[in-house]
Design a protein around this ligand. Structure first.
Ligand code: AHR
Length: 502
């Protein structure tokens, strides 16, 4: 098998936000996973777990979506401001029926964003909220003058406005966000977004319209038909992104399947389903191209990842699952797809950041483990902001089972501003290594750094053995006249950094 890299052919910029994350008031994502409160024995800064914040900074988290998810369309932001002891206590009806004490609200979210040094992505409430409520929230967060909401923010201890980088107008409004039909939601989008005011023209809020569930192309078309306006300044503050949600359920939505027990058939089925992301992006993208050929509206894949049966003994509404080498491969192939579609995909948010679904971190009390997925995000951090390079794999076969065949290897290649090339390679085989010759167009290149995330396919990290799967140095390569040869371990995600020889 051969990999050709054209070092001169740049095919777009990989927006750092493609490596984004998602945090919802769901299970132990916010409470316990991120926020423990200032009085906790767990080391924290203003209530945010130090171990979690430090780990997320290591993967250069670029953006964090909050407060949901389905929770967003039930969230009333005024419940989460002011003195904590006076905040409303209520039941989180959607997720596990537990008490939500609103101790993590707007101020706490922006404190977290500050500590992480990432962009903000607030998801507003269309399903059960009013236009006034959404408009006042934006005023509360961003208005820098005299106004009822700005004054309230100041009275609550925050003089300066915050920056909202992205604002989602509703979530899954075809489902938990109100069970709407696309025409109806699209009309609401037009109306609600009007009142997401951009008070500071130097800090424009990128508005995200709620997009389709998986392959609902009718939704995409209807929403764009209703919302897309062909006047030249349509995009200014109207619609900067259209979302897409897609989860991998190995055995389908009803059964899902366990996180750590699967056979070869299910391995390939899972990876085949992860690869379906490519078709979704391309087909939704073709519809978007009909309206927006210049690709000014970003596709925002703001929920993606694996969704398994919850771990035994945990609250089914908490969506807590383990994370194996299989998840590392799902992350690797999906991120490579996003990279290769960076002309349209402008943001993606893995669901979810801590303790929920395909989490990068799991916590238990004061302990924290990094999952195999975390290590892939660490490997891929070099792609953030880099130029996608043209690359082609030739001579590869399909592998897998009769029903689920997948390519042997997937790849993405980018070049950073300093000229260093990052190659990320996934060997999708359950049990076979793969030898690959890499050719680069332009002079000689040498490997500056190389790492791999691999292991027995079911391997995962626990609080007793937190380092069973981790990123380790990769040495199975040799330099050649035209590039290098690489032998990829079975079930592996490999990252190579190449520098040009003088
Ligand atoms: O991520 C879990 C849930 O999945 C989100 O709340 C919802 O938007 C989606 O259905």
């Amino acid at each position: 098998m051969k990999l050709y890299i054209n070092t001169k052919k740049e095919e777009g910029t990989i927006n750092p936000e493609i490596y984004g994350h998602f945090s919802e008031h769901l299970g132990r994502c916010i409470y316990g996973g991120i926020f423990v409160g200032e009085d906790s024995d767990i080391p924290n800064v203003k209530g945010m777990r130090t171990d979690v914040v430090e780990a997320l900074k290591e993967i250069k988290i670029p953006v964090l979506r909050w407060p949901g998810g389905c929770f967003a369309d039930e969230y009333h932001w005024k419940d989460g401001i002011g003195p904590k002891e006076q905040r409303k206590r209520m039941v989180n009806t959607h997720w596990g029926g537990v008490v939500e004490d609103n101790s993590f609200g707007t101020h706490e979210y922006f404190e977290l964003v500050r500590q992480l040094g990432c962009k903000s992505y607030i998801n507003g409430n269309v399903g059960s909220g009013t236009v006034q409520e959404m408009s006042e929230w934006v005023e509360y967060m961003t208005f820098n003058g005299v106004s009822p909401m700005a004054d309230l923010r100041k009275a609550n201890g925050h003089e300066e406005p915050w920056t909202i980088d992205y604002f989602g107008v509703g979530n899954e409004n075809w489902g938990c966000g109100g069970n709407m039909r696309p025409q109806y939601y699209a009309d609401l989008y037009r109306r609600y977004q009007t009142y997401v005011r951009i008070y500071d023209p130097d800090k424009p809020i990128k508005k995200i319209c709620g997009g389709a569930n998986v392959a609902d192309y009718h939704w995409t078309k209807t929403v764009l038909d209703t919302c897309f306006d062909h006047t030249p300044d349509f995009l200014h503050g109207f619609m900067d992104g259209l979302s897409l949600h897609y989860y991998v359920h190995p055995e389908g939505w009803e059964i899902k399947g366990p996180a750590t027990e699967f056979d070869q058939e299910v391995w390939y089925k899972t990876l085949g389903k992860a690869l379906y992301m490519k078709e979704l992006i391309e087909r939704h993208g073709r519809i978007m191209d009909q309206y927006d050929p210049e690709k000014k509206i970003g596709m925002i894949v703001d929920e993606w990842g694996t969704w398994y049966t919850v771990e035994a003994g945990t609250n089914p509404g908490f969506l807590y699952q383990q994370n194996t080498v299989r998840d590392a491969l799902v992350a690797g192939v999906t991120l490579n797809i996003f990279n290769k579609h960076c002309d349209r995909v402008k943001m993606a948010n893995l669901a979810q950041m801590v303790n929920v679904l395909q989490a990068v971190l799991l916590t238990e009390g004061d302990q924290m483990v990094k999952t195999p997925t975390y290590h892939v995000f660490h490997q891929y951090r070099y792609h953030q902001g880099a130029k996608l390079l043209h690359s082609d794999l030739t001579g590869e076969d399909q592998i897998g089972t009769f029903d689920w065949s997948v390519p042997e290897v997937t790849e993405a290649v980018s070049k950073a501003e300093n000229g260093v090339i990052t190659v990320t390679l996934n060997n999708l085989s359950y049990d076979e290594p793969k030898r690959l010759s890499v050719y680069l167009t332009d002079g000689k290149w040498e490997v500056e750094e190389a790492t791999v995330v691999t292991g027995e396919v079911h391997a995962h990290n626990t609080f007793e053995d937190p380092e069973t799967v981790k990123e380790v140095a990769f040495t199975d390569f040799e330099s050649t006249e035209e590039g290098l040869t690489v032998t990829l371990s079975p079930a592996s995600v490999t990252m190579l950094r190449l520098v040009q020889k003088a």
